[in-house]
Design a protein around this ligand. Structure first.
Ligand code: GLU
Length: 444
């Protein structure tokens, strides 16, 4: 069973970059008939909040990226204690007592000597007596994972291909602080083991973490999951800007971006596949392929997303947007309008035109024509053929054609120069309103 997880920290709102990781995890799990899990990485009690956890869930629900289960790291500390004890027993984790200032001094001396600032493993040389003496002074240990630096760490990344990291270029990571708090690295591995995660899909900024974590999986005698590291995103302004980064999903929603448009956009960004509208997630899921994902930094362009959104709106069924439309826009109205809209909210401006009174602009030069047009309106019921039936009759009786025939009618009936097909709009406006509007324009 394929299992993926999306593991945001509830220390802020979701932004485009981490939503993209959610989308890819979700797509792959759904395509493989597997499980997609949500893990809230809330070990940092000072910065994690319920409100952010709630907003993350709400944003995922809006995007329709439903998780099959959710866990919170703060519920799982006993699991981490037990695993760390195992690593200590097998010599893969050890206590260290240096203060942050002492560590900082070591790093500065190393840099001054032209060496990389790696932890020197001095704590490995401490005897039990040394430790007892340090603890008698009131010092508490933090805990480090001991890397195996004898061979490169290698894996075939689903996005990056063959990947090698030299563990000798890394410091033994601190996994638990002296105050007992857990840092990201080890709990993530313990959870991935316990939740039977088969594919770890996340941003490229985690590549060196993966080298460390691969060793942790092995040290805990667990199978190592497959890794996929997604290229980073930039915006058109260069680096993914603070504005976009912090704007997050809520701002996109307010901009009228449809969830399915955003998901399709993020699914295709940075891939060799075209960015194209989808209204059926199943088609998007079926088309997903890690092999299409590029290694190059992908560019997030808001204009491109808006464009995809409009193309999506043109295809979306009424049911997909009904909850966001004014009551006056029913299914036939939506079908008539959608091809002219960039967002679902744009439909609101047509609600008045279809359902209530508008004041058409005065058209004195067309007064006779409009009066004649009102007189020639066919009896109801009206359908998609009514417009052509009516205007064909008017063409014969008035001798008008082309723009001179159609434009005054559109203007009088909708108050607008342009818009959706009149054939679709006319039955929605109805005979009573049409008559009144034609008369008003003629008289104005
Ligand atoms: N909480 C980590 C992050 O948001 C999770 C990384 C991972 O997927 O393992 O970067």
């Amino acid at each position: 069973m394929i299992t993926t997880r999306f593991a945001p920290s509830p220390t802020g709102r979701l932004h485009i970059g981490n939503l993209r990781a959610a989308v890819i995890n979700w797509l792959y799990a759904r395509q493989q008939g597997g499980r997609f899990l949500l893990r809230l990485d809330d070990t940092d009690a000072a910065r994690s909040t319920q409100a952010f956890a709630h907003s993350i869930r709400a944003d995922l629900a809006w995007a329709d990226l439903s998780a099959d289960a959710e866990v919170r790291q703060s519920d799982r500390f006993p699991l981490y204690e037990a695993a760390l004890a195992r690593l200590v027993a097998s010599g893969r984790a050890y206590p260290a007592y240096e203060t942050p200032d002492e560590l900082d001094l070591k790093r500065r001396l190393q840099r001054a000597a032209g060496k990389p600032p790696l932890y020197d493993r001095a704590a490995l040389a401490l005897t039990l007596d040394d430790r007892a003496a340090l603890e008698a002074q009131g010092r508490h240990p933090h805990w480090r994972f001991r890397l195996d630096t004898t061979a490169p760490v290698e894996w075939t990344d689903l996005v990056r291909g063959p990947t090698h990291i030299d563990p000798a270029s890394l410091s033994d990571p601190i996994v638990r602080r002296e105050d007992g708090g857990w840092l990201y690295m080890l709990p993530s591995v313990i959870d991935d083991i316990e939740m039977a995660v088969t594919h770890v899909i996340r941003g490229e900024d985690h590549v060196s973490n993966s080298a460390v974590q691969k060793q942790m999986f092995e040290a805990l005698a667990a199978p190592v999951p497959a890794f996929a590291h997604l290229s980073l995103l930039t915006s058109t302004e260069g680096e993914l800007s603070k504005r976009l980064g912090s704007a997050g999903v809520d701002a996109l929603r307010e901009a009228g971006i449809e969830p399915i448009a955003l998901v399709a956009f993020l699914a295709r960004l940075g891939t060799s596949e075209p960015i194209e509208p989808f209204v059926d997630p199943a088609a998007l899921i079926a088309s997903f392929d890690f092999n299409q994902m590029g290694r190059a930094t992908a560019r997030f362009d808001m204009e491109e997303l808006r464009h995809l959104n409009a193309r999506t709106i043109h295809l979306l069924d009424y049911a997909a947007v009904a909850d966001r439309l004014p009551a006056a826009i029913d299914a036939p109205a939506w079908a008539a309008l959608r091809g002219n809209l960039a967002t679902a909210a744009d439909a609101a401006q047509w609600a008045d035109i279809l359902a209530s009174t508008i004041a058409p602009p005065a058209a004195p030069e067309d007064a006779d024509f409009l009066t004649e047009a009102a007189a020639k309106l066919p009896p109801e019921p009206w359908d998609a053929t009514t417009w052509s039936e009516w205007t064909t009759a008017l063409k014969t009786t008035t001798g008008r054609k082309g723009r001179a025939l159609f434009h005054p009618l559109r203007l009088a009936l909708t108050g607008r120069e342009t818009g959706p097909e009149m054939a679709a709009l006319l039955p929605l406006i109805g005979r009573e309103r049409a008559t009144a509007r034609l008369a008003a324009a003629a008289a104005a």
